[in-house]
Ligand binder design. Structure first.
Ligand SMILES: [Fe+2]
Length: 200
């Protein structure tokens, strides 16, 4: 089955200047990020909380940008909590998001995005306490995401450049689900994201 991928953002960003690209991206997230990611936070709140954790931990600009944009695939695929099938189906939002952003951002941004779901599988495999700490929604989606990794899968994962950033992003992702947290809006990330664009 071919899933619907919203091309409107890519169309707006293609051929635009760097500031226009960031403007298009933020406008899109602001408009389309209001749907609920899970039971407690919207997609936009989740993205901002994840990016805030990256910033608090003094991550690189590319990893902060990756944290902010890591779930853009959910928005592009129009997956959200009102759609009950969202957690029981796997539309590969991580691969869709990374591929969608690849014309505009380097691999240091897109690889952690692409790895943030297999990173959960990796961490569940290597750290049993990690699995126990997951939310119910996240435990449910692990099953459709492939469950724990085989030794071969784990070794292959460790060969991927930036895989550690994927693991780090995953840990922030899990924490970025706090109801009503007061944090900076998208504006705080304009310069960081613009710096990370492939062609400025
Ligand atoms: Fe996420």
């Amino acid at each position: 089955m071919q899933n619907y991928i919203d091309q409107s953002l890519a169309q707006e960003m293609t051929g635009a200047t760097a500031p226009q690209k960031v403007e298009a991206l933020f406008d899109y997230m602001e408009r389309r990020g209001q749907s609920f990611y899970d039971e407690v936070v919207t997609q936009l709140e989740h993205a901002l909380q994840c990016a805030a954790l990256a910033r608090q931990n003094e991550a690189s600009s590319t990893l902060i940008t990756g944290a902010l944009l890591h779930d853009i695939g959910h928005i592009i695929l129009d997956e959200h909590n009102a759609d009950k099938a969202f957690l029981d189906m796997d539309l590969n939002h991580e691969a869709v998001g990374a591929q969608y952003l690849a014309p505009f951002f380097p691999e240091a941004v897109t690889t952690p995005i692409r790895l943030h779901v297999p990173a959960k599988r990796y961490l569940c495999t290597t750290d049993p306490s990690y699995h126990d700490g997951l939310s119910e929604a996240s435990k449910r989606s692990l099953i459709v995401q492939g469950g724990v990794m085989s030794d071969k899968e784990r070794e292959a994962f460790e060969q991927i450049p930036h895989f550690e950033d994927g693991l780090t992003l995953r840990r922030w992702d899990d924490l970025a689900k706090v109801k009503g947290l007061e944090i900076s809006g998208l504006e705080a990330y304009r310069d960081i994201v613009q710096q990370c664009l492939s062609d400025r």
